[in-house]
Structures are given as structure tokens and as C-alpha cells.
Unconditional design. Structure first.
Ligand code: SF4
Length: 608
């Protein structure tokens, strides 16, 4: 299938419009390419050249960026681009069978464009819709609750070339599925309240920003993305840097399979997220903010832009916020383009700069040299919500919830084998058992907390707690009942890490692919005890020698399930119960008789 003809003047006009909108800076390369991709379903070669020329960068750099991100392509994807979510919980509901059904009906191979250039079908690690899957993106729009009937109707729509925006509206219904609320989801403060509270700390000659930072530290707000770094310490370190301007980044790239809480916060509490970013801007003396929105959440972009526009209109963003001279802060939204590793803070900053999302060497830390060399803080969506509430209600209020070491609440994204998947907000310190009871889980044998890179908890550990002193978690909570095979869950995770490794460092690039191969070998009934040992050795190697957290944690689900669900592995191993074809010890019987010896030393040693 040759590429469709594109009128050169139309192409040039599109490229120029994207560059005019974003600015002719290399920093905007990724955003410009995304716009072109959306318009033409790929980035045509002529566009590559024009972008390189207008941004004054090499063609190789443009191609390098296109090759890095899953949501960019230099070859046409067709009029319809279908991308299935491939989380393990989607597979548990038959997503792979639905994908096969669609490919059969459309006469296409997965990952390839149809002969007539109409449609391509692919899959991605997670769409952040694990509570209402199986799901897919149709030209960037999410379709949930897939079943055979819906797939059949969708194929009919595609074959009759009905535009996606004319498909039945109920297919695109996204539910928030909020099942339990606490202070973040229940808060009824008005836009601007937390900023006013922050500004009020500066009355009477007090250093307002420092007073705010002191409170954030005293509240012991730990990062909600999973790493649990002390937010106030990070902010203060950034504020101490002499370089200006400083930058506030909201990491809305929740790519960890099993997580979808940020989707709900960005839908329901977007004002609070931006409020928290603005409070942070006041605290560290930043003028520039970014929301890095994962490409899979592109459908949230218009609503988020509307929030920013409203806040500018109301004097909550822009120059002299709430009339405070010198308090200038604004926020832009950059979209990711389908790369899991960009959830790592330094890779995210690289991506914000329009580059491939390769994690940086540290030091220097981002608080010293981040976006374009400027002091930068990167925090999770939920962390900014909590920071806004601390500014508004104070330290004591915040610390009244949670445990002594883990203050506040945590949003959990619950999915898998339970009656009520969705969002649950609990004070930190909640037990696994309590979450399982609330979500209607039965016969549970395991919970994967924090996604594939997190912790696999078995039945003996259900009294453990979600807290930074026990199980750290970004919020994913995947439930597996007795019908599930934990080896297959771990094998799925092994594939995920091998697919998502950015390839920058050898231990991760090679190690994750070796682990995937070993798991497939065991799955095929060709594995041995030696392979199980090798898995452990690879995990130790990855943990010690990888450049970033992806590689460090890639072996975790394998060693944890191997330790806790060993029979699931062992029953697949080759059985060595083979009778030898020749009895060597028996053949030596005559020699023993001749020498008059029959002591143990005259026999061949059997297997130990
Ligand atoms: Fe890339 Fe993996 Fe190395 Fe991280 S550990 S930099 S994801 S190759």
C-alpha cells in the first residue's frame, strides 16, 4: 500500500500552522509532530524535512523522535487507527480475543495497515481504563466495555467508512466510578481559595513562600506517584537555586498498568490540580508550569484547556495572580505520545524539551537543572491536590489522617476480580483486606499493588497496609481470584517491561528481553529449574545495573510470584523422569564379581 497523496501546499500549511501555534523552537518538536500525526494519520517525509528546516534541527533528530514514540509514525496508519488496551485485567476479560475477532472481520494482521489503507489495529500497554475495560482507542477516542457485539458493530462502522464521531455515543461513555471519597474527592473549596491562603501567609513582613514551604514540609507530604519523596524538601531545594525562571511540572503521565486515578482527578478535580501547581509556583518562585498529559489521555485535553482559560480569566493564572504584584505564573499542557518510560521524571523533562524520553543521569537533580537547565519540580497530579489542601487547611488538618509516617489520604485504582472496580480514597494505612472487602472481591489469592513494578501480595499478607512504611504504591490495586494463574500474570508483566524498555542501557535492554524469553520458554513447557535460577540472577542484575526505575523493578513481579506462587512455575517445568537407555552400573556387575567387591565405592553414584 503506497502512502496516500497529500497536496504539498496543504502539508506545508499544516506544518506551518502547528509551528506557528507552538513556536519555532526545537523544544516544541514533539507537540508539532503530534499535530501533524493527528492531521494526516502519520508524519509524511515532506513534513519531516519542513519541520527540521523550520525548527533548525537535523532530519535525523526529527526521525529519532518519531521512532521513539508509539503514537507517532512515518508510515500511514489508515483512516481508522484502533489501539486496544493490553493490561492484564483487560486480558482477563478477553481483550485479546476481541482483538482477534476484529482482525478477522477486517481481514488484517495486528500491527499492519489493511491492503486498502483503511484501518490498522494495534495494542498498547494501558489506556488507564482498567475499571471499565476491555477498552480501545478509535482515532484517539476511548471506547469502553467492549464485547463481541460491540466489536461486530464497530467493524461494520469501519467498513462503511462512518466517521468516528458518528458512532453511537454510548460507546464513548467514560464513568468515573468513584466508590469511596475522602478529603481530596470531597473537598468543596472554590478556585483560588488555596492560593489566597498561601498569599495570606506573607502578611506582616513574613516570607510567605518560605512559610508555605515550611508547612508543606511539616505536613510530611510524600509524593503520591509511588516514589514517596518528601515534597517540601524537593520544593525547598528548587527554591534555593539561584537560576531563574523556575519551573513547575505536573506529571500526568500515569502509564503504570492498573492505574487510572489521575484520569478521574483530571476529570473531576482539574481546578484543584492547577491550584496546587499555582501554590507550588508561589512557594518556589516559578513563573512557568506544565501539565505533561499522557498521549492516551489526549481526549481530556480540551476540557483541561478550558480550565486554564477560565482561571486566566479569573485572575488565577497569568500576571499578578489575585492582584499580587510580582506573582506571575501560567501553565501550558504538553501531550505525551505513548511512552511508558516518560513517566520517569527526568525522561518526562526530556520529552517536554521535545526529545526522546531517555532518563537523565543524576546528579544534577531536576530541582537544580531540569527543564532547559532551569530548576524544576516534578510532582504527581494527586500530590498537587494534596498540596493545595495543605495550603488551605493547614498541617494539623492534613496530619489528622493517615499514619504517623504517612500523612493524608491515597487514591486507589481498583480493578480485576471484584464486583466494584473504580476509585477508592482512603486514609493512608488502610489494609489490603479492607480494600478487598469494600470492592467486593471474593476468593482472592493475590493483589498486585502499584502496578507491574510494585508489590505482589498473597493471602498471608492481606493485613499489610498501603502506607510508605509498608507497601508503597502509586495507587494501582489489581485483584486476582483463585481462577487466575499468577505465572501468566507475571509472564504478561515480563512482556510489558521488555516492550517498554527504552533500550538506552544494556542491562535493561538485554535483561528484560531475556526474562521475557525465559518466561515464554517456561510457558511452552521447555523450562527447567536452571531457568528459574536464571530469572533470579537476571532480577538481581537489573536491580543493580539499570539506569532507571523501569529496569530496576522489571524483575520484581517474576521473583515475587516465583517465591509466593512457585507451584505455578514448577508444574510447567520439564520433568526429567527419563529412564537411561543403558544401565552402566548393571553392566559393571560382572567386573565386581570378578574382583570380589560390592561395597558402595564399587558402584556408580546415582543422582543425588
Ligand atoms: Fe531505558 Fe530501561 Fe535503561 Fe531505564 S533502565 S534507561 S528504561 S533501558
Amino acid at each position: 500500500m503506497s502512502a496516500p497523496h497529500i497536496d504539498p501546499s496543504t502539508l506545508d500549511a499544516c506544518v506551518d500552522a502547528a509551528i506557528d501555534e507552538w513556536g519555532a523552537e526545537p523544544t516544541h518538536l514533539l507537540q508539532v509532530l503530534r499535530e501533524i500525526q493527528e492531521r494526516f494519520n502519520h508524519v509524511p517525509p515532506a513534513a519531516v524535512e519542513r519541520v527540521a528546516s523550520r525548527l533548525r534541527i537535523s532530519i535525523a533528530r526529527v526521525r529519532g523522535v518519531i521512532g521513539f514514540y508509539d503514537f507517532l509514525s512515518d508510515r500511514p496508519w489508515g483512516l481508522y487507527r484502533i489501539v486496544f488496551s493490553d493490561e492484564v485485567v483487560d486480558r482477563m476479560r478477553g481483550s485479546h480475543l476481541l482483538q482477534e475477532q476484529m482482525c478477522r472481520a477486517l481481514w488484517i494482521e495486528p500491527g499492519k495497515l489493511s491492503e486498502d489503507g483503511l484501518v490498522s489495529v494495534a495494542r498498547t500497554a494501558s489506556l488507564g481504563l482498567g475499571d471499565q475495560g476491555p477498552s480501545l482507542l478509535a482515532n484517539g477516542r476511548p471506547v469502553t466495555r467492549l464485547d463481541e457485539a460491540r466489536i461486530e458493530q464497530m467493524c461494520a462502522c469501519i467498513l462503511e467508512r462512518r466517521p468516528v464521531d458518528q458512532w453511537p455515543a454510548e460507546w464513548f461513555l467514560i464513568e468515573d466510578n468513584v466508590r469511596r471519597r475522602d478529603v481530596v474527592l470531597d473537598d468543596a473549596s472554590a478556585p483560588g481559595d488555596a492560593i489566597r491562603a498561601a498569599l495570606a501567609r506573607g502578611a506582616g513582613g513574613v516570607d510567605g513562600p518560605q512559610a508555605l514551604l515550611d508547612e508543606i514540609k511539616a505536613a510530611n507530604l510524600l509524593g503520591r506517584g509511588g516514589a514517596g519523596f518528601t515534597t517540601g524538601v524537593k520544593w525547598e531545594s528548587c527554591r534555593r537555586q539561584k537560576v531563574e525562571p523556575r519551573v513547575v511540572v505536573c506529571n500526568a503521565d500515569e502509564g503504570e498498568p492498573g492505574t487510572f486515578k489521575d484520569r478521574v482527578l483530571l476529570t473531576r478535580r482539574a481546578e484543584l490540580v492547577v491550584e496546587g501547581m499555582t501554590v507550588a509556583g508561589y512557594g518556589i518562585g516559578a513563573t512557568q508550569g506544565f501539565i505533561y498529559l499522557r498521549g492516551e489521555y489526549r481526549w481530556l485535553l480540551d476540557a483541561l484547556r478550558a480550565v486554564l482559560a477560565r482561571r486566566r480569566r479569573d485572575g488565577l493564572l497569568g500576571r499578578s495572580i489575585l492582584g499580587q504584584g510580582g506573582f506571575d505564573f501560567d501553565v501550558a499542557i504538553h501531550c505525551g505520545a505513548g511512552s511508558y518510560v516518560c513517566g520517569e521524571a527526568s525522561a518526562l523533562v526530556e520529552s517536554l524539551e521535545g526529545k526522546r524520553g531517555i532518563p537523565r543521569n543524576r546528579p544534577p537533580r531536576l530541582a537544580e537543572r531540569g527543564y532547559l537547565g532551569r530548576p524544576t519540580i516534578v510532582n504527581n497530579v494527586e500530590t498537587y491536590c494534596a498540596a493545595a489542601l495543605i495550603s488551605l487547611y493547614g498541617v494539623q488538618w492534613f496530619r489528622a489522617r493517615g499514619t504517623a509516617r504517612s500523612s493524608g489520604t491515597k487514591l486507589m485504582s481498583v480493578s480485576g476480580d471484584c464486583e466494584r472496580p473504580g476509585i477508592y480514597e482512603y486514609p493512608l494505612g488502610v489494609s489490603i483486606r479492607e480494600v478487598l472487602a469494600d470492592c467486593g472481591a471474593r476468593d482472592t489469592i493475590a493483589v498486585q499493588c502499584g502496578g507491574p513494578s510494585g508489590t505482589c501480595v498473597d493471602q498471608d499478607e492481606f493485613d499489610r497496609r498501603i502506607a510508605f512504611e509498608d507497601i508503597e504504591s502509586g495507587g494501582a490495586f489489581m485483584v486476582f481470584d483463585a481462577s487466575r494463574d499468577l505465572f501468566e500474570v507475571a509472564r504478561h508483566f515480563a512482556h510489558f517491561f521488555a516492550d517498554e524498555s527504552c533500550g538506552f542501557c544494556t542491562p535493561c535492554r538485554v535483561g528484560t528481553s531475556l526474562m521475557r524469553r525465559l518466561m515464554d520458554k517456561i510457558h511452552d513447557g521447555k523450562g527447567s529449574e536452571h531457568d528459574l535460577q536464571t530469572l533470579g540472577e537476571l532480577q538481581r542484575l537489573l536491580q543493580a545495573a539499570s539506569h532507571c526505575g523501569l529496569g530496576e523493578s522489571a524483575g520484581n513481579p517474576l521473583v515475587q510470584t516465583l517465591r509466593k506462587f512457585r507451584p505455578a512455575y514448577e508444574r510447567r517445568l520439564i520433568a526429567y523422569g527419563v529412564e537411561p537407555a543403558f544401565d552402566l552400573d548393571g553392566a559393571l556387575a560382572r567386573a565386581r564379581r570378578m574382583t570380589g567387591r560390592d561395597d558402595p565405592g564399587a558402584h556408580l553414584r546415582g543422582p543425588e
